[in-house]
Ligand binder design. Structure first.
Ligand SMILES: NCc1[nH]cc(CCC(=O)O)c1CC(=O)O
Length: 309
């Protein structure tokens, strides 16, 4: 084995750093390599710098990955660690997702200040979240609640909640667990009523296509169930054209060689929705996700996407 360290790219948020550290720890264990073999390189991205506007307004998801991808392409980094949920559906030419770590809990968590659950919040209470999906799902269950845009790192959001800016906020349980902050959670939401975002809870590793040395390294930490499930969910998202103004939920589960998927699109007010369920063999994960996306897209019709985008 070579002795030059692998250069791992990551964003600098506490969650991103925790994910990069987890990736390094798994690689060290899988290959019996010392920590010095992995250099964690922290980059600030456009998405990190702009925190006062919804991402969908400033150009969407690529904003968290662009700077890392430039350095992957140029060879400055060997691979980059991301929250799969933040990855665009189409990657720059020459790059691919080469591995997924075993998925964390996919559920959303409510952190309530004035009540502990979504149903117990008082009439007209304010829920802070920038996610269009979470906004729509909250309104679907509790049309009386007010929803306000709430961005920043997990720590920033919890501080704003503490300061009383909102009555409750919603975060991915996975991120809270990775930050060892799961004790703040007051309610875990049932995926049947409050389905997660495609790719939620999964860490992915992006690298150059055809980099045999990196592929061999990463293969040992790739979780095949997560790979198939998230590939299905991302194909669903892509078939919906990644319309980042559309609230979209999607969740796939592998059981043996079988895969089941449920998807949902909603209007931002949560009052109209189209859902889809499908299942098949794991080897067809992407095709199943894509077909589910096409089905829901056809059922909704073009008007669904145009009225408010
Ligand atoms: N968009 C921010 C983001 N990207 C990934 C996570 C959480 C971890 C994950 O879903 O893997 C979060 C924060 C959140 O949604 O609470």
């Amino acid at each position: 084995m070579q002795t030059k360290p692998f250069r791992i790219g990551t964003r600098g948020s506490p969650l991103a750093l925790a994910q990069a550290a987890e990736t390094r720890a798994r690689l060290m264990a899988a290959h019996n390599l010392p920590e010095e073999m992995f250099e964690i390189v922290v980059l600030s991205t456009t998405g990190d710098r702009i925190t006062d506007r919804p991402l969908s307004e400033i150009g969407g998801k690529g904003l968290f990955t662009l700077e890392l991808e430039e350095q992957l392409t140029s060879g400055e980094l060997d691979f980059a660690v991301h929250s799969s949920k933040d990855m665009p559906t189409v990657l720059p030419e020459g790059l691919h997702i080469s591995a997924y770590l075993p998925r964390e809990d996919v559920r959303d968590a409510l952190i309530g200040r004035t009540a502990s659950s979504l149903t117990a919040l008082p009439d007209g209470a304010i829920v802070g979240t920038a996610s269009l999906r979470r906004q729509a799902l909250v309104r679907r269950i509790r049309p009386d609640l007010q929803v306000t845009v709430f961005r920043g790192s997990v720590g920033t959001r919890l501080r704003k909640l503490d300061e009383g800016h909102v009555d409750a906020t919603l975060l991915a349980f996975a991120g809270l667990k990775r930050l060892a902050q799961e004790d703040v959670v007051t309610e875990l939401l049932d995926p049947a009523e409050f389905p997660p975002a495609p790719a939620q809870g999964a860490i992915c590793i992006e690298s150059r296509i055809g980099d045999a040395r990196v592929d061999a390294l990463l293969e040992a930490v790739n979780d095949r169930q997560t790979y198939d499930a998230v590939s299905c969910e991302r194909a669903f998202l892509m078939a919906l054209d990644g319309s980042c103004r559309t609230p979209i939920a999607g969740y796939a589960l592998c059981e043996g060689e079988h895969l089941r998927f449920s998807g949902l699109i909603l209007t931002p007010d949560g009052q109209k929705e189209y859902s889809v369920e499908t299942e098949g063999v794991r080897g067809q994960a992407e095709a199943l996700g894509r077909q589910a996306g096409e089905r829901v897209r056809t059922a909704a019709g073009p008007g669904f996407f145009e009225t408010w985008s």
